[in-house]
Write a protein that binds this ligand. Structure first.
Ligand SMILES: *Cc1c(COP(=O)(O)O)cnc(C)c1O
Length: 400
């Protein structure tokens, strides 16, 4: 099928949700993608920080194919071997005691929010409220979008669920004041790097203080690791850069390397708060998804992948730093293989994204006029050089 046919079918059939799309990819291999016309692209987008092992990676495709031939779905009414194996592999060596698997990031966040409510409900305490940060992104189900600290996601969906408080990001005084003002606050929910709103890392002191505040007040600290988890920042979880120990984390994006799966992990008392029947999902933690995620966990634990992410991330940031010679480049920042270039208002990120696509590089226009880079973990130095070189050419030919 050619792209014109795809466009006509999409315009006729699919709900009108997406901005203009120009490319239809048909397959990929390693860090490369191919479109309907056979054109090759190098991927610095990873399907929104998801495709951590690249495309057509035999250990992943073989594991999925083998599991598909055995059992795709069985429900949680019965045990499955992949679910038992994944939970064991994922938790071993971490600070977390228990896991629950779901199907997406938003669902992982919903699970965490329900866990907070159940935890305090069981103690007979009215502490259902959750504080999150302005500029955050936590997903698009009603509760997750309410936790998301961005007005544009809220407006059409009122009335929103109750119990959400927003404070400015990286402003500890504001967080402390909000917690002090409201006894019904039970948890603080933060990203250690705000991904969607332009790859904004938390300040070290901010996260440390937020965590200490939670501990001193008996509040739960939730790290939304949907984007930063599973090695994206060069450590298994992003919070490890900050010396904090969340009670609860959420995972999704890279967890299945493209196969949909989310998870909520918890430690200590929070890990025991759910009881039989409190939560569940027909598909959550199914054998096929767990078999895929097990490949990711094993790669991260049994190979040098985390070191490779750290090294490639440092290299990419170093190369991107060189673009600060352009005065419309306001900032270059990120952790590991989650990096961004923030542009001044004079140059729109979507125009740069389109020009990069024409040159055969998939990059992403994220929030606050940033370009986001979240490539597969085994992106090479040569590929990084080529991508930054193309960006440099585009910037050089901009008449600003
Ligand atoms: C993408 C994202 C989500 C939502 O994940 P979905 O799988 O799209 O529901 C939640 N939190 C963070 C930090 C994310 O980056």
């Amino acid at each position: 099928m050619d792209i014109m046919t795809v466009k006509i079918l999409d315009a006729k059939n699919y709900m009108n949700l997406f901005a203009r799309r120009d490319v239809c990819f048909t397959h990929g291999s390693g860090n490369k993608l191919y479109d309907t016309a056979g054109k090759e692209y190098t991927d610095f987008f990873g399907g929104i920080a998801v495709n951590c092992l690249g495309y057509n990676y035999p250990p992943l495709t073989d594991a999925i194919a083998a599991q598909a031939k055995k059992l795709i779905h069985i429900s949680n009414v019965f045990y499955s071997v992949p679910q038992a194996e994944l939970a064991e592999a994922l938790l071993t060596g971490t600070i977390f005691d228990r896991a629950v698997f779901v199907n997406s990031g938003a669902e992982a966040v919903e699970t965490a929010l329900k866990l907070v409510r159940k935890y305090f409900y069981a103690k007979g305490k009215t502490k259902y409220k959750v504080v999150s940060a302005i500029g955050s992104f936590h997903g698009r189900t009603l509760a997750a979008l309410t936790a998301t600290g961005q007005e544009k996601f809220h407006k059409p969906y009122a009335p929103l669920p109750q119990g959400f408080v927003h404070v400015p990001f990286n402003d500890f005084a504001a967080l402390k004041a909000a917690v002090k003002a409201d006894d019904e606050i039970g948890a603080v929910l933060l990203e250690c790097v705000q991904g969607e709103s332009g790859v904004r890392p938390a300040d070290y002191d901010y996260l440390v203080n937020a965590y200490a505040l939670c501990k001193s007040k008996g509040l739960l600290f939730i790290a939304d690791e949907v984007q930063t988890g599973m090695g994206r920042t060069g450590k298994m979880f992003g919070f490890e850069h900050f010396g904090v120990q969340p009670d609860i984390i959420t995972l999704a994006k890279s967890l299945g390397a493209g196969f949909p799966i989310g998870a909520c992990l918890a430690r200590g008392e929070a890990a025991e708060a759910f009881e039989i029947g409190d939560h569940g999902s027909t598909f959550g933690g199914g054998p096929l998804a767990c078999a895929a995620a097990l490949v990711v966990v094993n790669e991260l634990k049994n190979t040098k992948l985390l070191e490779e992410v750290e090294e490639a991330g440092e290299y990419m940031q170093e190369r991107l730093f060189k673009l600060r010679k352009y005065k419309f480049v306001k900032d270059v920042r990120g952790l590991g293989l989650l990096q961004a270039v923030e542009l001044s208002d004079k140059l729109s990120n979507t125009s740069v994204q389109d020009k990069m696509l024409a040159k055969g590089f998939v990059i992403n226009a994220a929030g606050n006029n940033t370009l986001r880079f979240a490539p597969p973990y085994r992106i090479t130095k040569a590929e990084i050089d080529a991508m930054v070189g193309a960006l440099d050419q585009i910037f050089a030919s901009t008449n600003i």
